[in-house]
Design a protein around this ligand. Sequence first.
Ligand SMILES: [Zn+2]
Length: 443
Amino acid sequence: MKLYNTYENKEEEFIPIKKDQVTIYYCGPTVYNYIHIGNARPIIFFDTIKKYFEHQGYKVIMASNFTDINEKILAESKKEGISEKEVAEKYIKAYLNDVRWLNADDSFIKPKVSENIPEIISFVEEMVKNGSAYVSGEDVYFKVSSIKNYGALSNRKTDELIQGARVEVSDKKESGLDFALWKEFHEGITYSSPWGEGRPGWHTECCVMINKVFGGLIDIHGGGSDLIFPHHENEIAQAEAVYKNRLANYWVHNARVNFEDEKMSKSLGNVVWVKDLKCDPRAYRLLVLSFPYRNIISYSDVLQNQFDKEFEKIYKAYTDLFLYLDLNHALDNELSDKVSNEIIDRFDKAMDDDLNTPNAISVISSLVKDINAELRGKKDLDILIQAYNSLNIMLHVLGLDIKKEKMSEEDRVLYDKWTSARKDKKYEEADKYRELLSKKGII
Ligand SMILES: [Zn+2]
């Protein structure tokens, strides 16, 4: 499998550290608000990677953090008149609701900053001790000049970064690129440290959590491409200073989602929240995965509408196929788990090409056409069963699962009544049965 590694700036063959296992970490949200459809992209993307590796037979261990100590949370707690802890809990709950709504697996490991403070303090102490960090007043800063290849991930040279960086006015820092590992803080939730009362800097938590959860170098570290600089660059700098590694062998980043052609932002008032989406979540997933993950998506209602229809096509073919197989008791026999290797190979080939989900979706689309043609034509049960099982596998990997219940005896009687009514041209009666069957999701 080929994977685009941001660190190396190229596609590479994916070789896991352990033969049958893949370890993945991606940066999670700061929990002070609901998530918008752009925040949903890494959830969808890394869930798809996870499911694809599982489909390939790997055991996947995935973690994604919650930043639950942050000034934005403090500001929100004042606004909402509840404690910081309550704000964090509220939005963690909302986030996980959205994760499940997006049909993403919610069983990943979920470390929180507030549960890793002693580890973070020891980690910072280690950097102070080995000279990669310095204490300034009651703050601690990372000394970027102590790292030789700073800028390797974002592919920039240190002097370019200094010129380009919006250098904070701070006489506490030796250089504009240096970043806070610990900051003096006296409001809301604070922690005591060897440097005084304060809070950890944002870039530190992921290093500590990765080390704690996985015990060293991992296979894939991911996140949105807006995190490459400075967040991920700074994570790598600290990992090099303490663990002498770059945290992950593969750094994988997804591009953002714009609303129409503009970046979503609260000030522009063009933010689309996941909780406000009216479409079938699978139709949003289908939209996201129909674009190469490293390309920006320009979301619009028109675009969503188009993908609602695309998903409807898949759903309709699946429903017709399931009904036909069920009516013919084809799902009960021992051949019923037969898969078309030819179809799955084409799907895998697309996914092996740096998670080319658009091509993987076109394998599904062409299968949908074949299913419709077969149901109109020869109705070969063997072909239809293989198509059904192959479709299930592919839909699951992309998180587009469709679930249907086999008909009960009562449903079958209803179905027969509908067919006879149509045969006898009793249209009014037929319509009534049709409506009942449709309500049950059978047709
Ligand atoms: Zn991070």
